[in-house]
Design a protein around this ligand. Sequence first.
Ligand code: PGA
Length: 258
Amino acid sequence: MSRLPLVCANWKMNHTASEAARFADDFVSRMAAHRDALNESVEIAIAPAHPALDRLGRSLSDSEIHLAAQNLHAEESGALTGEVSLSMLVDLGCRYALIGHSERRQLFGETNEDVAAKALRLQGSAVRPILCVGETLEERESGATLEVVDGQLSAVLDVADGLASDLVVAYEPVWAIGTGRTATPDVAQEVHAALRKVLSKRLGAGADQIRILYGGSVKPSNAGELLSQPDIDGALGGGASLDPEAFASIVLASLEPS
Ligand code: PGA
């Protein structure tokens, strides 16, 4: 089963709308030479901070590059100061939304139940969830990695059981995020294969179509090796994706996994 790899940038709280537009001009021109190869071989998405979504979306409108949101609220509207709804993201043309990023879980107290409610909101909509799962260093050292990621994934599948191939999963070990410490391809593949097993048990053959991305200090120098693993279907990049040249190299590495 071949899955179209997805390489997504997560800019976190970086890049203003003007900086996003400058990034887009630079990145799109770097990608132009590879356009035909890219269209058939990899999907690209960028998740800017919410204030840059509109401007970035306009800058990318002539390209095949998708817009992604970093977060949304599970409710559709209401007295929820500071929050952003699904219909707002649909209106801006978002194709993907990250849910359950470890920074949301750790710094903003999001629980598995909160993440599942967001997934349910996205189910059947034009915006596809990129569900982030991953263990802390403490959990890894105590041998709880698979239990933790299974729990995070199952909490979503229990509630949003109609997502099917619209679901994208991103395995992001918390100890590898922003630390420069990357999971080795073997360590990542082991978790990805375990996640695929959970998906198969729950969704049957449809699990083969679900992309599982790796995130955590992905850079041009390690992207090719990570993406050559059988169950790694793309990358979610943070720090390195802020620079158009580095992000372009990560995307190109997905074309020729080493
Ligand atoms: P990083 O972040 O690439 O800077 O480690 C990845 C992420 O948090 O999605």
